[in-house]
Unconditional design. Sequence first.
Length: 364
Amino acid sequence: MTSKEEHMLEALKLAKRGSLSASPNPMVGCVITHKNKIIGRGWHKRSGENHAEINAIENVINNLGDRSKEVLKESELFVNLEPCTTFGKTPPCANSIKDHQIKKVYFSNADKAQKGFSKTYPEIEIESGLLEAEGRELNQGFFSRIEKGRPYIKCKVASSLDGGIALSSGQSKWITSLEARKDVHRMRAYSDAILTGIGTILNDNPHLTSRDSGLNESLLRQPLRVVVDRNNTLTGKENIFSSAAKTLIFANKHSQLEDNDGIEIAKLKASSNLPLKEVVSYLAEEKLINNLMIEAGSGIINSLLLEQLVDELIIYKAPKLLGENRQSFVNLDVVAENLGTIDIKITCIEKLGADIRYSLLPKY
Ligand SMILES: NC(=O)c1ccc[n+]([C@@H]2O[C@H](COP(=O)([O-])OP(=O)(O)OC[C@H]3O[C@@H](n4cnc5c(N)ncnc54)[C@H](OP(=O)(O)O)[C@@H]3O)[C@@H](O)[C@H]2O)c1
């Protein structure tokens, strides 16, 4: 690994500190080097607060005092996302980089939401694409929202060895081990929203909040709970209406449910067929959701697969057999009829307690 890559890796590590708080903004980290040694570090904590570049420049000023002015002119800046050029809640980082006469800027990924750093300040030398793949993976939710107009969609499934997600009675608690369930609570914490269907609400009555994840509670924000209820089955008394987190219900226009503290009802056209594409686009555009987690049964999972909306499947496989009358997580006949076989790439296999966690990418 070159020293340039090492510096960018450090910037990416710093960026990850924002993983519970930066959204809807991207996770961004920055290091400033002088004669190849790191002299300042910064990361972006949350929307409205300093961007990573500003925090890194301030860190250099704190570290070097009066000397910082001259040293910064001979410095290089490594940041995983192209510096911003427009006024948002804070002034453009590009201006600050120019004002401090930083010699060269390296970034991993271009930011299509911006005007282009190189166009704004052509006099500053830049090198883009350094650890580009790592940068894109880190901010896959943000890039999905900006480029595709929908969140990155991760679908969690807890299943038995024979692919069952529930007994024929609908009962599914608890297929997997405590360790796997803790991991699910962490996944919830890293998601901006969790979407489920009416079948899961009626069978499991889940709270869909992140609890006992072991993560830093002071940074943790509960994800938005989203339920698709196109036939207006919800009564308003289910656990997802608790005050523990905000909830958005997609109901049809005849719904009697009303908005109140933390509860929002998005009224749909009274059609029985709602493309989930419309739901996830709404979540990106109106709610700025970068990362969407799905915790549902085969009804919602099938629809999402048919619309090619699942970006990643996380399957926890427990060493259990649910037998012939199990509910499968996906109705393969329907999928096969419409798409042919869905091939899946395995990206990671991990043992969690008694279970195995598969990270899978469907190849549509
Ligand atoms: N093991 C696990 O990881 C896990 C996780 C969650 C749930 N589960 C289990 O899964 C079972 C529930 O499965 P399910 O399939 O009934 O639940 P579901 O996926 O949560 O909800 C299914 C419902 O979603 C609606 N739906 C389907 N496609 C839609 C679309 N394109 N647009 C809008 N709505 C759509 C339909 O309701 P309408 O007909 O009313 O529109 C359908 O009945 C339960 O037994 C639960 O325990 C297991």
